[in-house]
Design a protein. Structure first.
Length: 148
């Protein structure tokens, strides 16, 4: 019944028609093979490009790391210079501190010497005052007793 239905529509599927359809209309496996080969070539090119890009990025990153390391070394040297300068300033302050200590020590010695001199002078004046008072008292007592 299929043959009759196909015949009524005017379409006959014999071996020749099937061969023509397969040969001309449906692409052959060769076509697919070339298309897949072309796609594989493109994928390989993309992989190669990615590898080259990765190498370029690695080399740039390495150069960047080297540059950063050099800059950090320069900063470290600057810090070392600053540390040396602080050491010099510390030494200078120590020298000033030592000089101030010597000056204060000399001032203390002079004050102590002045205080000793004042004490001895006060003692001399006190002895003089007592002696004068004693002489005055002797004179007063002598006058009262009419010894003088």
């Amino acid at each position: 019944m299929n043959d009759e239905a196909n015949a009524s529509h005017g379409l006959l599927l014999d071996q020749k028609t099937i061969d023509v359809l397969v040969a001309n209309i449906i692409p052959t496996s060769k076509y697919f093979e070339t298309r897949f080969d072309h796609l594989q070539y493109q994928v390989n090119e993309i992989k190669t490009d990615i590898k080259e890009l990765d190498k370029k990025i690695d080399s740039r990153f390495s150069a960047f790391q080297i540059n950063v390391d050099k800059r950090f070394e320069q900063v470290d040297k600057r810090f070392e210079q600053v540390d040396k300068r602080f050491e010099q300033v510390d030494k200078r302050f120590q020298q000033i501190d030592d000089k101030l200590d010597k000056i204060l020590e000399r001032i203390d010695r002079r004050i102590d010497e002045g205080l000793r001199e004042n004490r001895s002078q006060i003692m001399r004046m006190f002895i003089f005052a007592l002696t004068f008072s004693a002489i005055s008292m002797i004179g007063l007592v002598g006058k009262m007793l009419k010894l003088f």
